[in-house]
Design a protein around this ligand. Structure first.
Ligand SMILES: C[S@@+](CC[C@H](N)C(=O)[O-])C[C@H]1O[C@@H](n2cnc3c(N)ncnc32)[C@H](O)[C@@H]1O
Length: 204
């Protein structure tokens, strides 16, 4: 695979925290007080960029652990002329645990996370009780978590994990949000594999 060159800093949407143990000051990252939303495992950034374009009043942070993908999102963000995206290359569960301030995030988007289909690998799945706990910590009251997967068993796990916490109330995913598909999703849907989705609102 061709190596994707890094964008020069002045064109890049990536940021680098001063350290990885201090909670992020969103105002310093985005230079405004707009609501913060996160996409974890942003892949090639297809959702992130489309969503950011459609919601210029929201600050979007894309999390991705792979360098090549991060650089691709960065280039595509620049090409699209989108200004409300910032990108952080980091492992998502570490990020959730250590970096966002309590009650500071309006929505968490998690689409097609790696399903780890073998039973002995389920422990690697991102959505588990600890993920729920961190999501609850960082969401503001009435904040939302939006989940999508093609994988039936992982979908059931997502429902079990969030249904266990009474403060998370099952909610509808608005149709305009469902209409913004990720590239993985389009590929799956074209093969006849449906999107399984869920959304939860954190009770105020
Ligand atoms: C199956 S892809 C889905 C990408 C995108 N959300 C989509 O739907 O098109 C999963 C993505 O999450 C990233 N990823 C998986 N586990 C991660 C983790 N623990 N932390 C950060 N990124 C992760 C992978 O590198 C990959 O880009």
């Amino acid at each position: 695979m061709a190596r994707i060159q890094a964008l020069p800093n002045h064109l890049s949407s990536r940021f680098y925290p001063d350290d990885y143990f201090t909670r992020i000051n969103w105002l310093e990252v985005f230079n405004n007080k707009n609501p913060i939303e996160l996409e974890l495992g942003a892949g090639d950034g297809s959702f992130l960029i489309r969503y950011a374009k459609a919601h210029t009043g929201i600050n979007l942070l894309g999390i991705e652990r792979l360098l090549g993908r991060m650089r691709k999102i960065d280039r595509d963000t620049h090409k699209a002329g989108v200004e409300n995206i910032r990108l952080l290359r980091i492992e998502a569960s570490y990020f959730m645990r250590y970096l966002p301030v309590d009650n500071s995030v309006q929505a968490v988007h998690l689409y097609f996370p790696d399903p780890w289909p073998k039973k002995r690998h389920h422990k690697h799945r991102l959505v588990n009780a600890s993920f729920r706990q961190q999501t609850m910590r960082i969401l503001q009251p009435s904040g939302m978590v939006y989940l999508r997967t093609d994988h039936e068993d992982y979908h059931n796990q997502m429902l079990e994990v969030f249904d266990e916490e009474p403060l998370f109330v099952p909610a509808e995913t608005p149709q305009p949000l469902m209409d913004i598909k990720t590239d993985f999703e389009s590929e799956f849907n074209q093969k006849g594999i449906p999107t399984r989705h869920a959304a939860y609102l954190l009770q105020a």
